[in-house]
Design a protein around this ligand. Structure first.
Ligand code: B12
Ligand code: SF4
Length: 461
């Protein structure tokens, strides 16, 4: 009999900084490949449905799947393990599988930490999951499937990696219909999609490139615009976010994509993210013409010393130039910043905060706290040097300090992040901007930040 598969997304730990919920692309692709092969698949997204562990127990008991596949990141790893335990209790005969950006680098430990977990799928999961399901269906052994770590004769074995999928166009579009799409619309009028996998850089803090490889694999412009058109027709949505880490690595492909959107007369708006060294003013202008409104940049730091330590391969001067073009063209630049990377001092962090205010004066950037995710050189460094202080992954949401270095304590890093936000809102340029209409919300932000700032100053004394 064909197995019934339930894919599960855990909720983020209480109090963690979280984004609006949406149909996760990783699970969406897994589900689409399984459906294409005629398997019965459903999804329980605990974040979206706001399910408590006990409500999840009721839901999984009712469905009684043969295979349970749980996704997780570092932040949701522990919540994911709890759900695997519950699933095994509620459906004792089910096979439990997990995958995602954390367990890929925590595979043996996950199996040690959770007796109810049967298999870890490392890196890209579509064809590994399909092969596992096919073997389970055929009642064959599955302990030698490429890309998995599993148990055999009481030992944990790590099978070789599965080669990456070269032809991304061959994948079906994510099975978004398994999510309550109408519910998302009430929250946010945007759909998410990914046009590439992997990256050609090798930044010290980045999980993505270690997950998806140091080669930029991309879908064709036609295939991407087919998906945009499909989503536009099916859900009536005209706003999109490209989740690619570096959307413009292949500039001719980006140009072609813009041309294809224009040729098909698609009236859409979209956001994307990229690196400052992989874009030109001409390309930005084409992107704007094709509906682009916001571009995030991995600015990371305003000092060359920290950028070099991160192996980011960019300069603050280039960032100033490129974000200048973005603003000149009427697009919105959003800088992503990491405070507290090893080597950062209070002085360099403040230099970065002022830098961000200069390059994006109209909108606050994202100030992330440097977080050592397993699988990255940054994690190994922080651990080997004995700097790691927080091992509770529920706190790895990039707002909590996790380690301290001889140059920066966790307390100071926490204050720096708070200070960065307060400083932003207290700038006279922001407050007295003639273009900004006075709103109650602006007054409230101002008041809240003023109080917080005073508190912060007292604390520093
Ligand atoms: C979109 C996105 C988000 C979205 C959705 C998150 C999600 N879980 O999909 C939002 C905005 C919510 C988000 C938030 C955060 N994110 Co984010 N995000 C991304 C991004 C840019 C794309 C994810 C994606 O769709 N990828 C494409 C799909 C196809 O790949 P995938 O998700 O890895 O899934 C494949 C495999 O992992 C595997 N797989 C995954 N699950 C399962 C389950 C089973 C059973 C199997 C068999 C296989 C399998 O198969 C999938 C298909 O090939 C990635 C970077 C990236 N390129 O992956 C960062 C990334 C996942 N995010 C990251 C981080 C740090 C965060 C945040 C902590 C904070 C922040 N500052 O962004 C929060 C935490 C959110 C959470 N609940 O976990 C890190 C994760 C590092 C880590 N070890 O956890 C990444 C890798 C970015 C990076 N540069 O390092 N994020
Ligand atoms: S450029 Fe972005 S995706 Fe590429 S390695 Fe650096 S942080 Fe990761």
């Amino acid at each position: 009999m064909k197995p019934h598969i339930t894919l599960v997304s855990p909720a983020a730990p209480a109090g963690a900084a979280m984004h609006m919920p949406f149909a996760l692309l990783g699970l969406g692709y897994l589900a689409a490949v399984l459906e294409k092969n005629n398997y019965k698949v459903d999804v329980i997204d605990c974040q979206v449905l706001k399910l408590s562990p006990e409500e999840f127990r009721t839901e999984i008991s009712r469905r009684q799947p043969d295979i349970v596949g749980v996704t997780s990141s570092t932040l949701t790893y522990q919540s994911g393990l709890k759900l695997i335990k519950i699933a095994k209790e509620a459906c004792p005969n089910c096979i439990t599988i997990t995958g995602g950006s954390h367990v890929t680098f925590w595979d043996d430990k996950a199996l040690q930490e959770c007796a109810e977990l049967d298999i870890v799928v490392r890196r890209e999961g579509e064809y590994t999951m399909l092969e596992l399901v096919q073997r389970i269906e055929a009642e064959e052994s599955y302990d030698d499937v490429l890309g998995t770590t599993c148990r055999k004769d009481g030992k944990i074995i790590r099978n070789p990696d599965r080669p990456y999928i070269e032809d991304l166009d061959s994948l079906p579009f994510p099975a978004r219909h398994l999510w309550p799409m109408e519910k998302f619309r009430e929250l946010e009028d945007v759909l998410y999609l990914a046009t590439s996998r992997g990256c050609v850089y090798w930044c010290e803090f980045c999980t993505t490139v270690r997950m998806h490889g140091r080669k930029y694999r991309m879908r064709s412009a036609k295939n991407v615009v087919d998906e945009l058109e499909f989503l536009n027709k099916t859900y009536g949505i005209s706003k999109f976010t490209f989740c690619d880490d570096a959307f413009t690595v292949d500039q001719p492909r980006t140009e072609e994509l813009c041309r294809e959107i224009l040729n098909r007369g698609l009236k859409i708006q979209w956001n994307c993210g990229t690196r400052v060294d992989m874009i030109t003013k001409e390309l930005l202008a084409k992107m704007k013409e094709a509906g682009c409104i916001t571009v995030w940049f991995g600015v990371e730091s305003g000092t060359q010393q920290v950028l070099d330590a991160m192996k980011k391969g960019i300069t603050p001067e280039l960032t100033i130039k490129v974000l200048g073009w973005v603003r000149e063209l009427g697009l919105k630049p959003v800088p992503n910043v990491i405070l507290g990377f090893p080597g950062e001092t209070k002085k360099s962090a403040w230099k970065t905060i002022k830098f961000v205010e200069k390059i994006a004066p109209d909108d606050v950037g994202f100030y992330n706290v440097a977080t050592p995710f397993p699988g990255t050189p940054m994690y190994d460094m922080v651990k080997d040097k004995g700097w790691l202080r927080v091992t509770d992954f529920d706190l790895y949401d990039t707002t909590h300090p996790i380690f301290e270095t001889p140059w920066l304590s966790m307390k100071d890093l926490g204050k720096l992040r708070e200070g960065a936000l307060h400083h932003y809102y207290l700038r006279t340029k922001f407050l007295f901007d003639k273009k900004r209409k006075f709103k109650v919300s602006t007054a409230l932000i101002f008041a809240a930040n003023l109080i917080a700032d005073v508190k912060l100053k007292f604390r520093r004394k």
